[in-house]
Design a protein around this ligand. Structure first.
Ligand SMILES: Nc1ncnc2c1ncn2[C@@H]1O[C@H](COP(=O)(O)OS(=O)(=O)O)[C@@H](OP(=O)(O)O)[C@H]1O
Ligand SMILES: [Mg+2]
Ligand SMILES: [Mg+2]
Ligand SMILES: [Mg+2]
Length: 371
């Protein structure tokens, strides 16, 4: 089946949310003296972007359910802090909802202008993301700001949206406001939207344009079977994924390119468009400690759903460290004990990378068999 309406809606929602998060950054992070460790700007951005995306989805596809990272419980409290946070979020979400269309964008699912949402409607929109996930049906998956730490550092972050149908990701959109259109020209134009529909390929557009006006650029992982030419794409934060295991795996594969360490699902976009040294990339996310049932962290579906489709549609394979596919039908997470990290790379090198992962684990005294 075709998902063209869902794709257009998702691109439009992600573009608006990217505009919103950029303006939150400019107003709240750049121009305010922040106390170190203050997370409030990212909280404002997270809530308002989820409210906006969820409201647009509900308006266009009222019977679809949503898994969103955030919930509005803290915003419903009767405290002055909560009230002022709520007011900021409602103003920001409405400002984004009523932005004019960009050239070529359809008005079919526009809520505004003139139809601002009430505070109650927007809190309900956030809470519509409470769905517990599951095996069957149509379900949207929102990460309003992925890479919150990158957002606060003025570094990479992403607004992520996917449509999952009967546990299979069918549409994936990732907006990266700070990512150069061409990573080898970091001072060039910034702001990319990556998108994919299953069976239709993976694409990139500048964040300022719409696919019906400027033709999207088809993106592809470079084909190569030489693992020594690979570039590793890893989390920026060493607390989120093991840098040391990744570096042991890189040595086993003969990799000499330095790793690209970047926050958020922007990494999936970079992998899909072949960033690095021309030899393809490897997205590597292995737990800092433990594995499988004893892993230190359970991966969430919103951190991988759109990125996984982008990789597959760009000619890659995504799996866990054992080569098992990611299962988006287990609930809000990839499953405690079911998921053993994430490895994504071009299909011609995936098996070799898994072999190196196995060897690296064995030399750390870990085995890829279930305990
Ligand atoms: N301890 C731990 N281990 C593994 N993963 C964690 C951990 N804590 C958080 N997270 C999740 O990591 C998401 C961001 O992943 P990144 O790869 O972008 O990491 S990082 O930005 O480089 O830090 C991040 O997504 P956001 O919350 O949307 O930013 C979290 O879902
Ligand atoms: Mg995230
Ligand atoms: Mg997030
Ligand atoms: Mg988070």
């Amino acid at each position: 089946m075709s998902y063209s309406k869902e794709k257009e809606l998702a691109i439009s929602a992600v573009r608006r949310a990217c505009g919103l998060t950029s303006s939150v950054f400019n107003r709240l992070v750049q121009n305010e003296k922040l106390v170190k460790g203050d997370k409030s700007p990212v909280t404002v951005g997270d809530f308002s972007a989820q409210a906006l995306i969820s409201a647009m989805i509900h308006h266009a596809f009222p019977s679809d359910v949503i898994v969103g990272e955030e919930d509005a419980a803290d915003l419903r409290l009767d405290t002055s802090e909560s009230t002022s946070l709520r007011e900021r979020i409602v103003a920001l979400a409405n400002e984004a909802l009523t932005q004019p269309l960009v050239d070529g964008e359809t008005a079919e699912w526009e809520i505004g202008p003139g139809k601002e949402q009430t505070s109650a409607e927007l809190l309900d929109a956030i809470d519509r993301g409470n769905y517990e996930g599951g095996r069957t049906g149509r379900m949207w998956c929102i990460d309003p700001i992925d890479g919150t730490k990158g957002f606060l550092r003025a570094d990479q972050y992403a607004v992520c949206l996917a449509l999952i149908v009967d546990s299979i990701v069918q549409v994936g959109v990732i907006g990266c406001p700070n990512l150069p259109l061409d990573l080898s020209n970091p001072s060039g134009e910034r702001g990319c939207i990556f998108f994919a529909v299953r069976g239709e390929g993976a694409f990139q557009i500048p964040i300022t344009s719409s696919p019906s006006i400027s033709p999207p650029t088809k993106i592809q992982i470079p084909l190569t079977s030489d693992t020594s030419k690979l570039t590793f794409l890893e989390s920026f934060e060493s607390a989120h994924a093991s840098h040391s295991t990744a570096s042991a795996i890189a040595s086993l594969l003969g990799v000499t390119n330095p790793p690209i360490r970047m926050d958020s699902q922007a990494k999936y976009g970079c992998l899909a468009r072949g960033d690095g040294n021309g030899g393809g990339g490897v997205y590597m996310r292995l737990p800092v400690s433990g594995l499988g049932p004893t892993a230190s962290y359970i991966e969430k579906i919103w951190d991988h759903a759109p990125g996984s489709l982008l990789v597959e549609e760009a000619g890659g394979i995504i799996s866990d460290a054992r080569g098992h596919p990611l299962d988006f039908g287990l609930g809000r997470t990839l499953g405690k004990g079911e998921n053993w990290g994430v490895i994504a790379t071009g299909k011609d090198v995936h098996a070799k990378v898994l072999e190196a992962v196995k060897k690296a684990f064995e030399s750390e005294g870990k085995t890829l068999a279930k305990a």
